[in-house]
Ligand binder design. Structure first.
Ligand code: ATP
Ligand code: MN
Ligand code: MN
Length: 300
């Protein structure tokens, strides 16, 4: 905010003070997308991404040589991240380790400056990291599963969650699948979150074994959808809505209203450009209300 000249009649965008070095550096070679484009993207969608991203422990996927080069996941606070990115000391087997989180647009841009492309938050907040306040059912289609089948599967997960008294929200992963997200308030210990999600996935797979598997084994997945419940353990993450994916093309993970799903023609429907258009048109968060829901896991 130090550069407000007071003449344009509006405050400069938050995060404007973060300098992006080498904006000309190519990130997605096939699409001609540079680090400058990536930074402009995250600035433009900051308002929509931050509610899900801020104040949660994060893993980053960093690609210093672009998405065609070597990319690596990082969950610890490294050196040189600047004052906008914060440390969260968490106990691990080996002792206390500094995880990282941000709380505003400046932190987001600082991580983009460090070549972070993908953002993967925990389903827990920095204020209560030992308890899950978001469950994720990660639908991973095996070989030969159509997009229509994936969409139907997400709707079935939603219906069964509703039978269990739980409202859910939908996210395109930006990869091949969909994520069904369940907010919990009050939050629950990770062990309870995991047990519920495993039991839920196993019950669905037992009921329709021709469509679903609940086992991680890849050889069982052919023609079926893996209901990946393993995102619901302490330290696990899932990609944040509005995060770019470091895949061949600049696809984006996208939160949707359930009613929108029918119109989505393919899992890669949202690219950087399409996501920018959506952000510019959007009036209301597709996950509007998620923060106000109070619901608990069923006891049985
Ligand atoms: P797709 O729809 O193509 O499956 P996805 O994002 O769901 O995309 P998955 O491989 O199913 O990809 O992984 C689910 C989530 O688990 C990811 O969004 C990510 O947060 C986390 N994850 C997966 N692999 C890793 C990894 N090697 N290191 C850290 N986190 C990972
Ligand atoms: Mn997945
Ligand atoms: Mn998965």
């Amino acid at each position: 905010a130090a550069s407000d000249d007071g003449k344009r009649g509006e405050a400069p965008p938050q995060g404007a003070e973060v300098a992006i070095s080498h904006p000309e550096r190519v990130v997605y070679a096939g699409d001609g997308i540079t680090k400058g484009h990536v930074a402009a993207y995250y600035r433009a969608v900051a308002r929509w991404i931050l509610p899900e991203l801020a104040r949660r422990p994060l893993s980053l996927l960093r690609c210093p040589d672009g998405t065609g080069g070597e990319c690596f996941f990082q969950k610890h606070l490294g050196r040189g991240f600047g004052p906008q990115v914060h440390a969260l000391p968490l106990r691990q087997k080996s002792g206390v380790e500094d995880y990282l989180y941000l709380d505003d647009e400046a932190g987001l841009l600082q991580l983009v400056q460090m070549n972070a492309i993908e953002f993967h938050p925990w389903g827990a907040t920095v204020d209560d990291p030992e308890r899950a306040d978001r469950l994720v059912f990660d639908l991973d289609p095996g070989e030969g599963v159509s997009w229509k089948q994936v969409r139907d599967a997400a709707r079935e997960v939603r219906a069964r969650l509703r039978e269990a008294g739980l409202d859910s929200f939908l996210r395109m992963s930006g990869g091949k699948g969909l994520h069904v997200v369940v907010p919990l308030a009050p939050a629950v210990p990770w062990e309870q979150a995991r047990d519920f999600c495993e039991a839920f996935a196993r019950a669905m797979a037992a009921h329709a074994p021709e469509r679903y598997v609940a086992s991680m084994r890849k050889d069982l997945r052919g023609g079926r959808i893996f209901l990946d419940w393993l995102r619901n353990t302490r330290g696990a993450t899932s990609v944040c809505g509005w995060s770019l994916r470091a895949r061949e093309h600049a696809t984006v993970a996208m939160p949707l209203r359930w009613e929108e799903l029918a119109k989505i023609a393919s899992p890669g429907a949202f690219t950087l450009d399409k996501a920018l258009q959506r952000a510019a048109r959007l009036r209301k968060d597709p996950w509007d209300g998620i923060g106000a829901i109070r619901q608990a896991l069923p006891t049985a």
